[in-house]
Design a protein around this ligand. Structure first.
Ligand code: ASP
Length: 344
């Protein structure tokens, strides 16, 4: 691993808590001008990198991030791809796992790091977690081995852990340790040293060029099952105009009620051309249709297994594939296999 003075990193500030400082005049939290980021985090100057930044205008609370914003992020990366060694995306934590998942599907054959980070406390506050998150994200984005990026993936760096973006979930609105990756170990762990788990990192074949996919179809829904779910609710959802894909968040290893109306309604939706994707409500583990009687009928109805995908990756993958593929068969086929390391 070596550091090189000429390394260039682009910081893309989309919004969120991290980029906020107290405005001495109004006393409110206002976004930093990232052109002057080293004024706020002078330690960054010590890297000796060429650090540049672009800021969304206006910046967004991440609850307002949508597929259009993902396209904008991907276009910034595409436009600057050859001029930078890595990208650090500053983003609100609330939907960071959705954006990181979406970008992982959009940036096929990615050969450079795209590190999402943010913070629970604004960078302008004394006890902020943003400073460390930002500094280490930049360091990771800049790390090369034999001239190539060490982690050429879309990742989330937060509180000493680098995780694959499409494996990560926000689980705490309180702790600095806000994210985890229940079904895939961290790509790097940070203590006194940065320890990379190189055998877990995906590397694209060197002869393949990056391809940026920019289409999403938002005609999808997520239905979280619960004991007592009634037919009116299911019918209202599957009869939604233009709905093409439904994620059912099932119990345990992909189980659902065996009521006749439930299975019949799902079958009808599938027969009419819809896709049903089975994702577990459990934080860790995998869907295994057929293991119990309560999932065997889903399998025979043509429901597609989400295996150990996160909820965030499932919805972005479905929107991405519905936007990208030309047939239902192609969508179903791609849902069942790993596109960017999102399933085991
Ligand atoms: N609501 C904020 C956001 O997601 C929280 C944060 O930045 O962490 O944009």
């Amino acid at each position: 691993m070596k550091r090189n003075k000429k390394i260039s990193i682009l910081i893309i500030y989309t919004g969120g808590t991290i980029g906020m400082v107290h405005d001495p005049l109004s006393g409110s939290l206002v976004p930093i001008d990232f052109k002057h980021i080293t004024d706020h985090v002078p330690e960054l100057g010590k890297f000796g990198f060429n650090l540049q930044s672009v800021s969304f205008d206006p910046v967004k609370d991440s609850s307002n991030i949508d597929p259009e914003t993902w396209i904008k992020m991907a276009e910034i990366i595409e436009k600057n791809y050859n001029d930078f060694d890595g990208f650090v995306v500053l983003h609100g934590t609330d939907t960071m796992a959705y954006s990181a998942s979406a970008l992982s599907f959009m940036l096929e054959n990615l050969g450079k790091p795209v590190i999402f980070t943010g913070s629970q406390l604004p960078i302008g506050l004394l006890r902020t977690d943003g400073r460390e998150n930002l500094i280490t994200s930049i360091e990771i984005a800049a790390t090369l081995e034999k001239g190539l990026s060490l982690v050429p993936e879309v990742c989330i760096y937060f509180d000493n852990e680098l995780t694959r973006g499409n494996r990560t979930t926000k689980f705490s609105a309180e702790h600095f340790d806000a994210f985890n990756s229940p079904n895939y170990p961290p790509l790097a762990e940070v203590g006194l040293h940065l320890k990379y788990n190189k055998n877990l990192i995906r590397y694209p074949s060197p002869d393949k060029k990056i391809l940026v996919h920019k289409y999403f179809d938002t005609n999808v829904a997520i239905l979280k099952l619960f004991p007592g779910i009634n037919r009116n609710l299911l019918q209202a959802i599957i009869n939604t105009r233009e709905l093409r894909g439904l994620i059912i968040e099932t119990f345990g290893s992909g189980n659902a009620p065996t009521y006749k109306w439930f299975i019949d309604d799902l079958k009808q939706f599938i027969t009419k051309g819809g896709i049903i994707f089975n994702v577990t409500q459990c934080h860790g583990g995998s869907v295994e249709m057929g293991l119990y009687e309560t999932s065997r009928e889903l399998l025979s109805a043509g429901v597609v297994s989400g295996k150990d995908i996160t909820s965030e990756a499932s919805v972005t993958k479905l929107m991405h594939l519905l936007g990208r593929c030309s047939s239902k068969e192609e969508v179903v086929n791609c849902l069942s296999r790993s596109l960017a390391g999102e399933i085991t």
